[in-house]
Design a protein around this ligand. Structure first.
Ligand SMILES: [Zn+2]
Length: 285
């Protein structure tokens, strides 16, 4: 029981080292995570005094994006980014031409959507069986096809299944450098944080899920990103009233007016538009 005779100042110092937010004898507050409080992102200057950038993005060229989503975006005068595969675009070719012509961004999502062969749908086109040359050829072909079909340059890319590798074991390679070479941006999937505009690698933008969420679940993501001056890229698949991998119409009907109310300080714009702005502000190439 000798330790109870330690001087009180020593005990306070020990506690200050162990506990976050304990005041030391000098009155200074010691915070365990003080390094995370550096306000780098909040200094980023969004246009027109906006405090956060939000991009809405949808993958796979699901037909509901044209059949259901297009009218909702039109009604609110909002623009989104659609990461498409050319074979899927053919199912609603006229609809996608109209989407492109009305200011939505058309990005690439590869040609045949290769993911890990652990997904049975991807076993015959598994990333484990790809190499960088094969991936480079496919990504070039996707851009060429989209140019021919829709007359657009697909500068933005979203990694199918959010997976960024080819090969397996010691032969595994990241294909992020290929995306950086062929595209302005590459977006992930099921990420846990928004992008810090002053820091982010454009070839690895984060994408946070909006499928299956109501607006009261999305709003805190926007509020948190706004506190930090960040760029929130939301990602979804189907657009409908309900169902699997589906961004809810009810959520969009609340999110779009919120994002367009100047009082909320939100810059709602497609991924490519925000990326170009950020790059210019950072003085990147
Ligand atoms: Zn996909």
């Amino acid at each position: 029981m000798k330790h109870i005779f330690l001087p009180i100042s020593i005990i306070v110092i020990i506690m200050a080292g162990l506990l976050p937010g304990v005041a030391t004898m000098t009155g200074r507050t010691v915070t365990a995570h003080s390094q995370s409080a550096q306000p780098t992102a909040s200094k980023f200057a969004w246009p027109e005094g906006k405090r956060v950038a939000v991009s809405l993005s949808f993958d796979d060229a699901r037909v509901s994006q044209v059949d259901v989503g297009a009218a909702i975006f039109d009604r609110h005068g909002a623009k989104a980014t659609f990461y498409v595969m050319p074979p899927a675009v053919e199912k609603r070719l006229d609809g996608w031409k109209k989407m492109a012509a009305t200011g939505h961004e058309i990005g690439s999502h590869s040609v045949i959507h290769p993911c890990s062969g652990n997904f049975t749908f991807s076993r015959t086109r598994a990333l484990e069986d790809y190499d960088l040359a094969k991936m480079r050829a496919e990504l070039k072909e996707a851009r060429r096809s989209l140019r021919a079909m829709l007359g657009v340059e697909a500068e933005s890319f979203a990694y199918p299944c959010g997976q960024k590798f080819v090969g397996r074991g010691r032969q595994t390679k990241s294909y992020v450098p290929v995306v950086a070479e062929l595209h302005l941006t590459g977006r992930g999937w099921l990420d846990e944080a928004p992008n810090d505009p002053g820091y982010v690698d454009f070839a690895q933008l984060t994408g946070m899920e909006m499928d299956g969420r109501e607006f009261d679940q999305i709003l805190p993501l926007i509020e948190k990103a706004r506190e930090n001056g960040q760029w929130l890229v939301l990602a979804g698949h189907e657009i409908n009233r309900g169902g699997n991998q589906t961004t809810r119409v009810s959520m969009l009907e609340k999110l779009l007016p919120y994002a367009q109310d100047p009082a909320n300080g939100v810059w709602l714009a497609p991924v490519g538009v925000v990326a170009r702005y950020v790059r210019q502000q950072r003085g990147d190439r």
